[in-house]
Design a protein. Structure first.
Length: 183
């Protein structure tokens, strides 16, 4: 029986991409980005530069600095991101990527494929000091395809058994009605 949908927030393996704008989180937490209706949270660090120099997600949401403002980068200079999320270019600190965590992820609801938003206004994001930012890497899925296929087959078998039980119950009711009609 499916009680409720749930999301597994455990970390996946980190994969080296070599792209200086790809960032991955090692540990708990989320990148904060400016969504159309307020902040959104994601672990997808596949970032790029917008035409105006803002660091954005693949969907165009601006990556937030710790002050909540979009991070702007000069596209022609190399970018270095330290493990605490500080972005530097040409030796100058530009800003720090806003990496946050929550005391409980139960207050987060899914928005789209890669984002979460706060569904509980009483819950507030807190800094994630023990989480490190890995430049040039992306986080892969935290589940394997073989494991997912096994779970899917198991759920399908359970469904078939329940469907058969309902069918047998229906047949029994039909038989009972027919027997009562004969009397």
């Amino acid at each position: 029986m499916v009680e409720r949908p749930w999301v597994d927030h455990t970390q996946g393996a980190l994969h080296n991409t070599g792209n200086p704008l790809d960032l991955a989180l090692s540990g708990r937490g989320f990148f904060a980005v400016n969504g159309p209706n307020g902040p959104l949270y994601t672990r997808n660090g596949n970032f790029r530069l917008a035409s105006d120099g803002r660091l954005v997600t693949g969907d165009g949401h601006a990556v937030r600095s710790q002050q909540g403002t979009p991070l702007t980068i000069a596209g022609r200079l190399p970018v270095e991101v330290s493990s605490d999320g500080t972005i530097t270019q040409n030796g100058n600190a530009i800003g720090k990527v806003d990496v946050v965590d929550f005391t409980s992820t139960a207050g987060l609801s899914e928005q789209g494929a890669n984002y979460f938003r706060l569904a509980d206004p009483a819950q507030k994001p807190v800094p994630a000091p023990s989480t490190t930012v890995e430049q040039g890497s992306l986080e892969t899925s935290n589940t394997g395809s073989a494991e997912a296929a096994i779970r899917l087959v198991s759920v399908m078998r359970q469904f078939e058994m329940l469907q058969r039980a309902v069918s047998i119950g229906g047949d029994m009711n039909k038989k009972a009605v027919e027997e009562v009609a004969k009397v």
